[in-house]
Write a protein that binds this ligand. Structure first.
Ligand SMILES: Cc1cc2nc3c(=O)[nH]c(=O)nc-3n(C[C@H](O)[C@H](O)[C@H](O)COP(=O)(O)OP(=O)(O)OC[C@H]3O[C@@H](n4cnc5c(N)ncnc54)[C@H](O)[C@@H]3O)c2cc1C
Length: 344
């Protein structure tokens, strides 16, 4: 019997779940708040450049991730070969360890992950559709989903929620379902907090050479958390140009989250110039930014509790369900949720 499945969110987890359901008797509808897919694994195009301004790359964390990425097609797959080095609160740069791992994106950007997964499915993706609430009909056992304009969709046999925990918790506060597991679900999901990151993009009309692709602040004592050279990804930055993706620390990002870009960009450019000891970097020819209110989970939701809704068709996936703010972790949480739905 065909089952109607609604997936909320088209990030790595939501796309992974749809992929896992592709050859099953499931009618899959994905409702996605934003215009694009892949969530925090995001790519933007501007002035002839393409840059991954959320997640920087996917690691070949394990064999199954490596296999899946390769199965999605090697055309356009980019491995960032240069290493990630480190720096401390005093701005002292050190060589990173010699981890020999792939760091993957695509020439078209990291959003290719969700695009390629979804291309193998029949899932209907409704973009710019923000889910506000879900409801359970106790007589039929079906779910319905209400968007921010009040439009109701359904009935669905299964609903899978994949937004970051605080956004999933907000949907659950508006959920009409008298089942006693709701108290535990709301508590478990509401308890997962996220760190905030603001990304500032700095572009320069000249090339720079460095032995590294990115620098990460390991002692968490610097206002800059991460700086990456997007030109190390094939097809992202034209020859003769440089583009730095700078992620600020959670403390700095929270304090300056709403400050205008025109105010913060000069300060960030000065910090980067000091860190990289290159005064030319004080003067980017254009800048860009993105705030990630819910960037990385600080914890994990209790796995046993968040599965209590599954017998009634309510599932959860996403990085907060596995406690690891990583694309591959979110992806597999979604694939495994899809497999449980298929077997449920
Ligand atoms: C700045 C930054 C850098 C990072 N760097 C890396 C990295 O280098 N490597 C790495 O592996 N990971 C990195 N991460 C973490 C990684 O991006 C995430 O862990 C992963 O992408 C999470 O995927 P997800 O599907 O769980 O959630 P998301 O990607 O957040 O997907 C959830 C989706 O739900 C949608 N949504 C939210 N609310 C609603 C609603 N009410 N209705 C409908 N849709 C909704 C969102 O728009 C989004 O598309 C980084 C994250 C950030 C922010």
């Amino acid at each position: 019997m065909t089952r109607d499945v609604c997936i909320v969110g088209a990030g790595a987890a939501g796309a992974g779940a749809a992929y896992a359901l592709r050859d099953t008797n499931s009618n899959v509808t994905i409702l996605e708040k934003s215009r694009g897919v892949c969530g925090r694994a995001a790519t933007r195009r501007k002035n002839g450049c393409r840059y991954d301004h959320g997640a920087n790359y996917i690691k070949n964390h394990d064999q199954r991730t490596t296999q899946l990425i390769r199965d999605l097609g090697e055309d356009g797959l980019v491995d960032v070969e240069k290493p990630v080095w480190t720096f401390d609160g005093d701005g002292v740069i050190s060589t990173g360890d010699a981890r020999d791992q792939y760091k993957w994106s695509w020439t078209e950007g990291i959003t290719q992950l969700a695009k390629r997964l979804l291309a193998q499915t029949d899932a209907a993706v409704e973009r710019e559709t923000q889910v506000a609430a879900i409801d359970h009909n106790p007589d039929t056992g079906y779910w319905s989903v209400v968007d921010a304009t009040g439009t109701r969709r359904g009935p669905f046999d299964v609903v899978l929620l994949t937004p970051p925990a605080p956004q999933t918790a907000a949907i659950l506060t508006e959920t009409g379902w008298g089942n006693q597991c709701m108290v535990g679900l709301r508590e478990a999901i509401g308890s997962v907090e996220y760190r905030t990151i603001r990304t500032i993009v700095l572009h320069y009309p000249f090339e720079r050479e460095e032995p590294w692709y990115a620098l990460v602040n390991t002692d968490k004592e610097h206002d800059i958390g991460w700086v990456a050279r997007e030109e190390c990804k094939d097809g992202h930055v034209p020859d003769g140009e440089s583009l730095l993706v700078v992620q600020l620390s959670p403390e700095w990002s929270t304090e300056h989250y709403d400050d205008p870009l025109s105010e913060v960009a000069p300060d960030v450019a000065d910090m980067v110039a000091a860190l990289l000891d290159d005064d030319r970097l004080r003067d980017p020819d254009w800048v860009d930014d993105q705030g990630w209110r819910y960037a990385l989970p600080n914890g994990v939701a209790n796995r046993e509790i968040i599965r209590r809704g599954e017998p009634n068709g309510l599932y959860f996936a996403g990085d907060w369900t596995v406690g690891e703010g990583r694309v591959h972790a979110a992806l597999w949480s979604g694939i495994e949720a899809g497999e449980r739905i298929a077997n449920g």
